[in-house]
Write a protein that binds this ligand. Sequence first.
Ligand SMILES: Nc1ncnc2c1ncn2[C@@H]1O[C@H](COP(=O)(O)OP(=O)(O)OP(=O)(O)O)[C@@H](O)[C@H]1O
Ligand SMILES: [Mg+2]
Length: 393
Amino acid sequence: MSSPVLGIMTLYLNEHRALEERSIYRRMILEGRKRGLDIYVFTPADVHSGGRQIEAMVYDQKKGWSREWRTFPDLIFDRCRIQRNHRFQQLLAFRQKYGHLLFLNRPLRNKWTIHQTLSEKPSFRQHLPETVLFQDMSDVNRMLKASSLIYLKPINGTGGRGILRVERISKEPNTVLVQGRDQKRRIISPRRVHLSRLGPLLQHWNMKDKYLVQKGIQLQLPNGRVHDYRMLVQKNGEGKWELTGCAGRMGAEKSVTSNLHGGGQAVAMERLLKQWIPEEELRSEVTATAGKFGIDVATFLEDTYGALCELALDLAIDKNGHIYLLEVNPKPAREVFARIGERSIYSKAITQPLEYALWVYRNRSEGSEGIVSKPSPRPVTKAARMKRGRKVR
Ligand SMILES: Nc1ncnc2c1ncn2[C@@H]1O[C@H](COP(=O)(O)OP(=O)(O)OP(=O)(O)O)[C@@H](O)[C@H]1O
Ligand SMILES: [Mg+2]
């Protein structure tokens, strides 16, 4: 019997067909081979002749990377990240046209929709920082009255781009400190701004319906750097959600975000948490609660949006040990575990989706058009979202 075929779908980064995560894919291909899983990499731009032929990228230890004409894979692992260009439009068309195929994971939604969806579940609400969708400056002013620190974040942002931190200065009434990163991820140096000047300052950012106004969590360590945690949850070889690992991240100096690509540093979770919460008992309670929360969130999002095989949660933990969910990442990088020297977690992070793919293949159901994938069990309509209202805690 021939091996099941897994197609890793990604997007080229430019016109020269550059790929990100090539080394991860190489490892996946080699690990797949050991497990009887035939893997190739492709992008929607490589699909020809009405989908019958794919100009796939294959890897061989002797030959390295090469191109090969292949037919459609049995399973698709969607690793495409948002881009603002024609390649992303091509991806949307692909997902639409070939939606009946068997996907390990379906796309998630933007940060605002995810926030609203998670707010539906009462047990999650305590872990969601108060958040509204930016309509006008009154949202910012209201949130700044209730909380001395807020974050403004694009609903479709990644890598810390376009994130602003606004903090009231306690000794100077009506004055705030604004800092962050621009769309190109460059650090915006801190500036003191009178509240009446904040609106004009933000005007050219075009935030309406595109930004979240979120309560900020104080995450500055004694060395002045911010920190948070990256938790990776994945489906395992038995089709169950499992916590693969959790690592700390410490932002670069003067950065309001902890992202590694913005100069952040990876630190083992225990080490970071020990600096932050001295009580051992509270630390183990927090770790256990975070782990359970991660699995619950993944389960709930899969129930809502259809197939998922991995998620990374960005978690903030305040001084009292309260856990906040800052963001859910559907296309997580794994390098944080390599950087802290957790080799076995790093390896597992790479092989777990392959084990899961084999499980999905074994348990697939044959439809009239070949293999079909589980549809979204609870589609969330725009009308339903509107009904839920704009302001959700
Ligand atoms: N409400 C908040 N309070 C405190 N810090 C925050 C808050 N929201 C975001 N941050 C900081 O900014 C970082 C980036 O935020 P977020 O994850 O929402 O955006 P992102 O650009 O999608 O990041 P990435 O794609 O790299 O995960 C967080 O990891 C955290 O360090
Ligand atoms: Mg994030």
